[in-house]
Each structure stands twice: as structure tokens, then as C-alpha cells.
Design a protein around this ligand. Structure first.
Ligand SMILES: Nc1ncnc2c1ncn2[C@@H]1O[C@H](COP(=O)(O)OP(=O)(O)OP(=O)(O)O)[C@@H](O)[C@H]1O
Ligand SMILES: [Mg+2]
Length: 384
């Protein structure tokens, strides 16, 4: 059999011997005696199954199990125990463990369970992909529809604003109206019409500029360091004295093939969100960029309140915003995701409530610069 397995047990000799046997059976095995390191490894790469000691001095196996299920829910976890109590066993199953095996290990039984683990993981992965595809199709049609609506309502919107402006002028010139008891209310209503028209204009402009850039932008060589610099200069965030911005752009990162305006849009949205998240309190935004193999990794981290668990899955949905009316349209991350995905990259939000947020954008250095692709609206996702 084959399969990618991670062994986590504080008894070094035990896992070394077990790993040897498993490698002989054709499995790809990684091993560690440190639970913290195991979690780090799982954050970096995916394993079919983890064989995990329930009782380790550094960290309770159940805690490690929880962390694994949070990071990669499809990973199958087999717990090993010398003398587990029934309570622990039940708890482990509740937390999503696949099985609990007693030490000394029956190797035959273990390989049987590992075969099942692999099959389980494949099924879960397939289900997850199907789910992502379903939401992608839903989002794609939602996005196309949104652009269509934006296009259609642009002219009526301009007409409403113009009419409101006209009424305002008439009021200013009309002596009789100047003494009317209704004047204040009429003026207030006109103001509301104007504010809400501007809000709608903001939404349509964002959607249409995204749709236009999708169709027209030329791909060129873009230096990510320059993009970051321009975003910070144009917006002059340093004026916000409560926020310090720290940038770290590694030297000699190769340029990527993309549309510069789109890259600016992505960075601007991420930095804007970080600024909004920090709000009036003192805080820091850390922007970094580095090359890693064929990829560049750009991170925008902030010390804001982070993303509440309840909304984590919705951040990339069009029009999803937690900001007050007039402040956010909920299109920023949706557009970022669309741009990054078209460049065959990825965007992931990592956040723990109360501990800030970190948005990582990964882009291929040797991208095709393929700015036009069918169904290029983003699927939601990318949140850890
Ligand atoms: N750095 C962050 N920290 C905490 N929450 C964030 C962060 N970035 C985004 N969010 C959450 O995700 C939501 C969606 O973000 P998005 O950029 O798509 O829209 P918006 O900022 O609300 O509006 P827009 O960008 O269109 O002006 C935000 O309203 C906010 O709740
Ligand atoms: Mg935003």
C-alpha cells in the first residue's frame, strides 16, 4: 500500500521502529516526537493519516487532535494509547478521531486501518471539491449577474442624482419654498437621495472596473515592491498616526506577469481592510513580500480584532461586509480573489478572533498573465 503518514509519539525508539516497518510496506512516513512540530508540519503539508500518541508529556493528544482537525479536517487521525480510559476514547471519537488503537500495536490491524484512512480521506476530499465547485458555480453566476445589474442601473442612477440636484437648485431659487415649513424635511430627503446614490455609484463603479479590467488589461512585468510602495504613497497611511506600517520586501524578488492596476487593486484593498480593522486604536500593519521557488508570497498582517468565527466563511462573498452603510461595499475581497485566482494564485485569510488577521497572497512568478478566463469570478474560500 502507499500513503503519506505522520507519526507523532514522544517515544523515539517506538516511532523509529514503526516508521521502518511502514516504509517497507511502501508508505511515505514522516515522524516527530514533538506535538508542536507535528502541528507545524500539518500546517505546511497534507498527510493522509496521522498516528498520534494520546499521552505525551508536552501536549495532550486530544489537544493535538483538535488542532489537526481545525487545520485539515479531512486528515484521518488514529490515536495510540497504552491504557486509555473510556472517557478519553469517547472524547477522541467525538473530536473526529478515526480510531483508538492499544499499545502494543497490532501492526496488521494498523495497516488495515491505514488503508481505510486513505479511502476516507479521498472521499472527504472529493466531497469538499464538489462543494467548492457548487459554490463556485453559484458565485460565478452571481458575479456575472451583479455586473449586468451594475451596468443596467448606472444610467437610471445618474438620472436620479441629476433630478435630485435639479430639485435642490429649484428650492434654492424659490422664494415661497424658502419659508415653507417643509423645507428642512425636503432638503434632508434630497440629501439622503444623494448619499444613497453615491453609495450605489461606488458599488457599480467597483464592479464595472473589475469587469473592464478583466476584459482589457494588458499583462506586464510587475515588481511587487513597487506596487506596495505606490499603495502606501498614494494613500499616505502614515497620516494615520495611530497606525504604524512596517514593510519588508525581500531583495531581488523577480517580477510577476500581471496587470499593474490589478495588483494595485489587490494591495489597496488588503491595506484598506487592515486600516479599517485597526480603527481608531493603536495598531500595526506588517506587509511583507518574498520569493519562494516559483512563487511570490505577499502577506498583509494587522493587529486589529481579527475575523469573527461566524463570518469566516463569508469574507469572499460579493457584498459581504460588516462595515456600516457608506463605509464598505463588501466587494474588496471578492475582487481580490477574482484577480488572484485568474493569475492562478491563491489568497488565504488566517485569523484568530482577537489576534489580528493575516492575508496571504501567493502568485506564480512565471504566470501566464492570462487575464481573461471563462467564469473568472471568484469562488468563495481560502479561509483558514
Ligand atoms: N484585516 C481584516 N480584519 C478583520 N476583518 C476583515 C479584514 N479584512 C476583511 N475583513 C472582513 O471582511 C469583510 C469583507 O471585506 P471586503 O474587503 O470584501 O469588504 P469591505 O471592506 O467591507 O468593503 P469594501 O472593501 O468593498 O469597501 C469586511 O467587512 C470585514 O468584516
Ligand atoms: Mg475592503
Amino acid at each position: 500500500m502507499s500513503g503519506k503518514i505522520l507519526l507523532v509519539d514522544d517515544e523515539e525508539d517506538f516511532i523509529a521502529a514503526l516508521a521502518e516497518k511502514m516504509v517497507l510496506r511502501g508508505m511515505e512516513v514522516s515522524q516527530t516526537t514533538s506535538p508542536a512540530k507535528a502541528i507545524e508540519m500539518l500546517d505546511r503539508e497534507s498527510f493522509d493519516a496521522v498516528i498520534l500518541d494520546l499521552l505525551m508529556p508536552q501536549m495532550d493528544g486530544l489537544e493535538v487532535l483538535k488542532a489537526i482537525k481545525k487545520l485539515r479536517p479531512e486528515t484521518q487521525v488514529i490515536l495510540l494509547t497504552g491504557n486509555a480510559t473510556l472517557d478519553k476514547g469517547i472524547e477522541a471519537m467525538k473530536l473526529g478521531a478515526m480510531d483508538l488503537l492499544e499499545k502494543p500495536l497490532d501492526f496488521q490491524k494498523l495497516t488495515g486501518r491505514l488503508n481505510e484512512a486513505r479511502a476516507n480521506k479521498l472521499i472527504l476530499e472529493k466531497e469538499r471539491m464538489e462543494q467548492r465547485l457548487r459554490s463556485f458555480l453559484r458565485m460565478a453566476s452571481l458575479g456575472e449577474l451583479a455586473v449586468g445589474v451594475a451596468h443596467e442601473i448606472n444610467n437610471p442612477l445618474a438620472a436620479i442624482r441629476e433630478a435630485a440636484g435639479w430639485i435642490k437648485d429649484l428650492l434654492a431659487d424659490d422664494e415661497a419654498m424658502k419659508i415653507s415649513p417643509n423645507l428642512a424635511e425636503i432638503a434632508e430627503s434630497l440629501k439622503l437621495i444623494e448619499v444613497h446614490c453615491l453609495r450605489c455609484k461606488d458599488i457599480t463603479a467597483k464592479l464595472l472596473s473589475f469587469a473592464r479590467s478583466r476584459d482589457k488589461e494588458e499583462a506586464e512585468k510587475v515588481e511587487i515592491g513597487e506596487v506596495i510602495k505606490e499603495v502606501l504613497e498614494t494613500f499616505n497611511y502614515t497620516k494615520r498616526t495611530n497606525i504604524t506600517v512596517v514593510t519588508h520586501v525581500a531583495p531581488s524578488i523577480p517580477p510577476i506577469v500581471a496587470a499593474a492596476t490589478e495588483m494595485l487593486q489587490v494591495m489597496r484593498n488588503l491595506v484598506d481592510n487592515a486600516v479599517d480593522a485597526i480603527g481608531e486604536k493603536n495598531g500595526q500593519i506588517m506587509i511583507s513580500a518574498e520569493g519562494r521557488g516559483d512563487w511570490i508570497i505577499v502577506e498583509v498582517k494587522d493587529t486589529g480584532p481579527g475575523v469573527p468565527e461566524a463570518v469566516k466563511d463569508r469574507l469572499f462573498e460579493p457584498f459581504f461586509t460588516t462595515k456600516p452603510v457608506g463605509k464598505g461595499t463588501g466587494l474588496g475581497l471578492y475582487i481580490c480573489y477574482g484577480i488572484v485566482k485568474r493569475l492562478k494564485g491563491d489568497i488565504v485569510v488566517k485569523s484568530e478572533e482577537g489576534k489580528g488577521a493575516c492575508i496571504t497572497v501567493t502568485l506564480p512568478i512565471h504566470g501566464t498573465g492570462d487575464l481573461i478566463s471563462p467564469g473568472s469570478f471568484p469562488e468563495p474560500g481560502g479561509v483558514k
